[in-house]
Design a protein around this ligand. Structure first.
Ligand code: DON
Length: 562
């Protein structure tokens, strides 16, 4: 009898623990190098470059070009991005290859005669496109920080485009979901439909025009894109379809190497993207304020935790709307926003009861200061780490393929504030700092980030998700540091999101119990909608130097190490 009871208890414990372990898959383990991206084929390209002896920058550039072929939803050469680099010798830097407004752009370009925003003009078709930066930025990074030639790192992308790869069930479905848009443009119809009919799982997806464009880049470097045949194709179609991009815009495009935003949180340092991204400053603000509150490990998911972080985010996003924009055009008060003094000031205003967003205004600056996206993370055997977020903005960007050149143009102009008080597609508000001006870079939320411990990489992280990128990256970092999760747990656990306006906490499926919702409402919070918050790709390096890669279970990416 006793033996039977023991056996039943044993079985119960066994199955419960089996279940718990099965809830979240294990991160991928490796000793030498790791690449995590939204596409298995692209991760493999990066891992192969690392195995060949390339460094993390070589692998990142190879992944960037490969994603333009295998993940056209967001991977690109027709868009822009940010690369944050931590080198083994301690150097931290960032490369800004964000798109720019064409020289012909102007403040009211998306407004009608009554000064109302013209629906769709900043999000669809050629009028929504910014001057692409990806090719120039990746080549700049490779030449300055890589060790392999452009020919070597672009080769796998050319082969994938020229020979094709079988379309997965998911990718075929994904493309077909946008068919009505692709049918609007002959050039897009040619590539993303089968003569107007849906793509089919298993068919070889060959992109000959794109392969030819990549070959021109391989032969001529950045001139293969910004001058000659490809540039002429861009400008020709832009002129025909109501775009603003001209040949000088392409010739004059330059990436900018910028000092990253750095800061400390507990025993860790973080390195993230400066303006024109809002990500680094917002993350620094949020972590600085949160450091004034202590969360116990068992408080994850509690109303105190969600309430406090949501209050913090209201102040952060309010400041974003007013003070952040392209620093080359607007004096961004970085020093004040990321200062501990300001963080303490905000922390002292946060209590048990919510302050309604309409009572929270962007801060006054007391001191004068002179001054559908994808992420991939790479760590190499030398101890270099690279964190890249790149985008054409919405899924498949403007939906227009540059005819003859085989790539999609971004619709990044929507990240500007078309008119103060009118939200963009992510519900974000903006003002003077992010108004449209010729040649200006539009404000971004992309937050490629590297967290270090004892000056060695600890977490490499980033995500797509528009305005939700910042809250995604923040929560993954807190999950690791404050709640002791492994990288897969930290990425897969449900997240929440607050962005000041609208004044509500959105949450993920199973992410907020009825009790917690009630308790948050008692604190004066408004519960928003059930939604998806981000899709992160991360690497954690443990104290033994072992690499742990994790691709978000919300997506279909892959961590590949060796
Ligand atoms: O730069 C930005 O903040 C946006 N263009 C990012 C767009 C994005 O993440 C779309 N994915 N959901």
């Amino acid at each position: 009898m006793l033996t039977r009871i023991f056996f039943k208890v044993f079985l119960l414990i066994f199955f419960v623990s089996l279940n718990l372990n099965a809830a979240i898959k294990d991160p991928v383990k490796a000793e030498n190098g790791m690449v995590v991206s939204a596409s298995e084929l692209a991760s493999k390209v990066g891992a192969d470059i690392l195995k060949k002896g390339g460094n993390a920058v070589d692998a990142s550039v190879a992944v960037g070009f490969a994603l333009a072929v295998t993940f056209p939803y967001a991977g690109n050469i027709g868009g822009g991005g940010f690369m944050v680099i931590h080198l083994e010798d301690g150097l931290n830097t960032s490369i800004d290859y964000r798109e720019k407004a064409p020289a012909k752009a102007h403040r009211d370009m998306y407004l009608d005669d009554e000064k109302n925003v013209i629906s769709g003009m900043s999000t669809e078709g050629w009028s929504s496109g910014g001057v692409p930066g990806s090719v120039a930025g990746m080549i700049y990074a490779l030449e300055k920080y890589g060790t392999l030639s452009l020919k070597e790192v672009i080769k796998p992308a050319i082969e994938l485009a020229a020979n094709g790869f079988p379309l997965s069930y998911r990718m075929a479905n994904d493309i077909n979901g946008f068919r009505e848009y692709f049918l609007m443009y002959e050039s897009s119809k040619k590539i993303f439909t089968n003569k107007g009919q849906p793509k089919v799982e298993g068919e070889m997806f060959v992109q000959t025009d794109l392969a030819n464009t990549l070959k021109l880049i391989k032969e001529n470097g950045r001139d293969g894109f910004y001058k000659g045949n490809v540039a002429e194709l861009i400008v020709k179609q832009s002129g025909e379809l109501g775009g603003f991009i001209e040949i000088e815009d392409l010739e004059n495009y330059e990436p900018v190497e910028r000092e990253p935003i750095t800061g400390e949180y507990k025993d860790y340092k973080f390195i993230s993207m400066p303006p024109p991204s809002s990500g680094g400053i917002a993350l620094a603000q949020a972590l600085n304020i949160i450091e004034n509150f202590n969360f116990e490990k068992n408080e994850w998911g509690s109303s105190r935790y969600i309430h406090t972080v949501s209050e913090v985010l209201k102040y952060v996003y309010a400041d974003r709307s007013q003070h952040l924009g392209d620093e080359d055009f607007y004096n961004v008060p970085k020093e004040w926003l990321t200062s501990e003094k300001y963080a303490e000031e905000i922390a002292s205003k946060i209590g048990d009861i919510a302050v309604p967003s309409k009572e929270i205004l962007p801060c006054d600056i007391p001191i004068y200061e002179s001054n559908e996206t994808t992420h991939y993370s790479v760590v190499d055997k030398f101890g270099n780490a690279v964190s890249v977020t790149t985008t054409i903005n919405s899924g498949y960007g403007s939906k227009v393929v540059v005819d003859g050149a085989g790539f999609l143009l971004n619709n990044e102009m929507d990240d500007f504030s078309a008119k103060p008080g009118v939200p963009n597609q992510f519900g974000l508000l903006g003002n003077e700092a992010n108004s449209i001006q010729p040649n200006k870079r539009m404000l971004s939320s992309m937050s490629p980030t590297i967290v270090t411990k004892n000056d060695k990489p600890y977490i490499v992280i980033g995500s797509p998700g528009g305005s939700r990128i910042i809250t995604t990256v923040l929560q993954v970092i807190l999950n690791c540091i404050d709640f002791g999760m492994d990288i897969q747990e930290a990425i897969d656990m449900p997240r929440f999101h607050h962005q000041w306006m609208p004044d509500r906490i959105d949450y993920e499926k199973f992410g907020m119990s009825g009790d917690v919702k009630k308790s948050l409402e008692n604190r004066g919070q408004t519960i928003g909608i059930e939604t998806v918050v981000g899709r992160a790709q991360g690497i954690m390096v443990d104290k033994n130097g072992t690499l742990w890669g994790a691709s978000d279970s919300r997506g279909f990416g892959k961590a590949i190490g060796y």
